[in-house]
Design a binder for this molecule. Structure first.
Ligand SMILES: C[S@@+](CC[C@H](N)C(=O)[O-])C[C@H]1O[C@@H](n2cnc3c(N)ncnc32)[C@H](O)[C@@H]1O
Length: 377
């Protein structure tokens, strides 16, 4: 039952955590009035050898951070308890959630759940996904104290670049949008989307990662139990029949798995389709007879590149024929990955008739059928 004591017990708990420096993080969400920031996040930091609490919040889509000394933080907390309906605190050995009702009474829930503490002021470039985000440690990309491991630097930058590139497209999706990550692998991108859009920007996206690999999915299902917006499913994307897809991503899904993902998106009228193709074997095989007679394509590597270009060109044209405004571009430097072409399609009301262009390309290169055409037939 909610009561007045729960609020003061919560306040005392945080005071004690400040004294013994066991506060890991605190967030205040669900403000009573629209004039308050949607979410305030607090984390301890060491500044010039002194213990501070860093406050961060979004204002006009811009992230602000300010350090508070412990007594200023206590005053701030007292006022937050009047302004917000939900306050979550993570301490070193327990977590606490305080829900406050309209009568100003609170319900306090405490769970014994240990966390690691990071007490460093982050002077590095500000990334959408901070290096001390818990999932990076769980996925073996960072150390216990929140530093990205040397071997994971490229992956970390790739994840952040991905979030940077997709943000303007994803932000327009409705609040409860269903977002699929087809061929999610270890789930880096699903976790990153949940971390940034759901945790930081307070969206309520339903993100579902799907992959064939049972052991990998089992592991990330365990890591994601505390993330209500994130779900991992073990299965073949060919066999998935989602009731509704608002957006999908498929990064480096092998060969025609990219086409399967695009086809699912088109059939479900997805608002947004984002793919970064991997190997393009299907078209390469079909081009073999033509390539044997063509001086430019007698070398394997040139045939491979030409087949990739052709595969993605036809994918883009098919998406345009189905009403998607399509962009094809390099989303990250080749220093990170050679597979750096991204196709983004945004659903519009206008279908472009690309049938002739597709037919001419196929005839030119001796191709009978593109995998995506077959999937949509
Ligand atoms: C190169 S990994 C990419 C992982 C992830 N998208 C990323 O970018 O970090 C390709 C993944 O696609 C998965 N995959 C390939 N074909 C699939 C299919 N038909 N159904 C489900 N997953 C598939 C593989 O198991 C593999 O984990």
């Amino acid at each position: 039952m909610p009561d007045k004591n729960s609020i003061s017990s919560f306040f005392d708990l945080i005071q004690q955590a400040l004294k013994d420096q066991s506060l890991v993080s605190l967030t205040a969400s669900k403000p009573w009035t629209k004039s308050s920031h949607k979410k305030l996040s607090f984390k301890p930091v060491m500044l010039k050898g002194r213990y501070h609490i860093s406050l961060s919040y979004l204002d006009n889509k811009q992230q602000f951070t300010e350090p508070l000394n412990p007594s200023t933080f206590s005053e701030k907390l007292a006022s937050i308890l009047k302004q917000y309906k939900q306050i979550n605190a993570q301490l070193l050995h327990k977590s606490a959630q305080l829900l406050i009702n309209k009568k100003g009474e609170g319900s306090l829930q405490i769970n014994n759940k240990s966390q690691r503490l990071t007490l460093e002021h982050n002077k590095e470039k500000k990334y959408a996904i901070p290096p001390d985000a818990g999932f990076l440690f769980d996925l073996d990309l960072s150390t216990k104290d929140g530093k990205i491991k040397d071997k994971a630097q490229k992956k970390y930058r790739q994840i952040n670049k991905f979030i940077e590139v997709i943000t303007p497209h994803i932000e327009a999706l409705p609040d409860q949008a269903n977002i699929y990550d087809f061929g999610c692998g270890k789930g880096y991108l699903s976790f990153a989307m949940d971390e940034y859009f759901n945790q930081q920007l307070d969206k309520n996206f339903k993100i579902k990662g799907i992959d064939l690999k049972e052991d990998v999915i089992r592991k990330i299902q365990k890591i994601s139990v505390d993330r209500p917006g994130l779900d991992f499913i073990c299965g073949d994307i060919n066999n998935q029949q989602p009731a509704s897809i608002d957006a999908l991503i498929a990064l480096h899904a092998c060969d025609t798995a990219t086409d399967v993902a695009i086809a699912k998106g088109i059939k479900q009228n997805a608002q947004l389709i984002i793919v970064a193709p991997c190997c393009q074997k299907q078209i390469r095989k079909e081009m073999k007879a033509f390539a044997a007679k063509h001086p430019m394509l007698k070398h394997g590597i040139l045939l491979e590149r030409q087949a990739s270009l052709l595969t993605d060109t036809i994918r883009g044209l098919i998406m345009e024929s189905n009403g998607y405004k399509t962009k094809i571009f390099e989303f990250i430097s080749t220093e990170h990955t050679a597979k750096n072409i991204m196709i983004i399609g945004e659903k519009t009301a206008r279908k472009q008739d690309q049938a002739l262009a597709i037919q001419q390309l196929k005839e030119q290169y001796g191709i009978k059928e593109h995998a995506l055409e077959k999937l949509l037939a």
